[in-house]
Design a protein around this ligand. Sequence first.
Ligand code: NAP
Length: 538
Amino acid sequence: MNDAAKTNPPLDAVIIGAGFTGLYQLWSLRKLGLRVRVVDAAAGVGGTWYWNCYPGARTDSPSNIYQYWFSDELLEEWNWQQRYPDQAESERYFNHVADRFDLRKDISFNTRVDAMSWDDATSRWNVKTNTGETLNTQFVITALGPLSAPLVPPFKGHETFKGRLVHTARWPREGVDLKGKRVGVIGTGATGIQVVQTIAPEVERLTVFQRTANYAVPMINPRYNDADRTAIRAQYPETRKAIWTTFAGFDQQSQTRAYFSIPAEERREILETLWADGTLKIWVGAFNEIFFDPAVSDEISEFVREKIRARIVDPKVAEKLLPKDHGFGTRRVPLENGYFTSFNRPNVDLVDLHATPIECITERGIRTSAGEIELDVIILATGFDAGTGGFLAMDIRGRNGVSLREEWKKEVRTTMGLQIHGFPNLFTTSAPYAPAAAFCNAPTCLQHQVQWITETIDYLRKHGRAVIEPTAETEQRWLTQHDEMANQTLVAKTKSWYTGGNVEGKHFRLLSYIGGLPAYIEACDQVKQKDYEGFEVA
Ligand code: NAP
């Protein structure tokens, strides 16, 4: 920790998290002349891309839209090596950004916020860290990322396992030697898929424990040379405009024609073209009706099942791998390269947990209802307590000592995912009920949120105001509108981390605003244009 933190002068802003959002928020608030401190539990920058260093981790958003737009110099000098950067490349990017803009001097690493409380008398926050410090600040901005609290299912016998047990989001930085080992992977979400396809060739035996079969689209991941990068850079003016205008913050516009207005043969051709694109276009850059219309969802889901079926040699294994209990795109669709064909390898087994559930973890491995499977390493690719988990890890007390944990036990509430009534001067990013919580290319939505927060703080300062908080009525209006829209969708009816359905006892409600990014940006702009109508500004 550096000297500035030790002496602990009053701050204008504390940012929690030094990942994608936190770094940009620091850069932005510094430009306003604020005294800012970032704290992060990790030993380095990168957030998600620091922690998730498991084998095969890489983005599912192409590098041209998984980056910052605030600096032309940065856009010009950073050379992406491939369409979909792996964890190491992403982490290098964040380190470069931190060094390039001299951000580290304002970051306390290895520092976790345990608690924070609002002091009504001074209208300031006191933020307590695990290092024993209290940071006194006017504003707090949480930049936790939606997926920062790993979910470890309470398997019986967890602690008895004599081998190595690791969660993908806490993967040891020094790596885990899997060569020649008997490895079990629990979970077949985006993470499990990447782990399985990466380690299958190197381990002696791989057992994949699947509860819900998942759709996935084949990734095409070209390496870039200088000519590619020049061509991509030439597109940047269009790309940086396009991302704000699409439903989910990607750079591809969805189809404007209604799905069933297109003749069947042409629909098939379109789906084939989308499939061959090697991106998530078939999900978030094609027909938004898949989120609302069961008939559209059925047809596209069947198309994808057909594609998966064709790649698996054993028809019995194929049947187990085909998702049938939810529509394509109602859960987060991962990209894959080699996941499904891993099950054609003689050293890979699939355990269908619907048929043979896990009973417990034993000293030697995992016992399902069909018997014990001996393992040297168990990999938990079991996901996250999304959206809320990062907040609930801290004891946050707002006005009159009200506890966010207690409030959110009753109901998770935010205003536009940016502020919470009763918690003044607390700005939240990637919190529930904004697209950034889930339903967006995260960098696009998070950069928008950082800009809104920065402009709001700038507004307060320019108008000689010190405190901002949404009214209870504004918050209720946002939630009502959110629910009305969400409840028309198939996504809101599907069990996944999008709806809190992956966490035992969590309220079932779509976490993410699903009206599309342009509508969300418009709502945020309206607030600014109307001088924060619906917010108490003092
Ligand atoms: P996830 O999508 O929530 O998947 C967790 C997996 O663990 C699911 O298959 C789940 O089964 C299983 N699971 C959880 N608890 C279990 C239990 N008690 N018993 C058996 N199985 C259990 O989590 P994730 O794969 O870590 O991905 C989360 C999100 O992170 C992704 O959707 C994506 O947004 C992001 N991510 C992105 C990338 C990328 O960009 N390439 C890569 C990784 C992650 P059920 O489905 O039955 O609950």
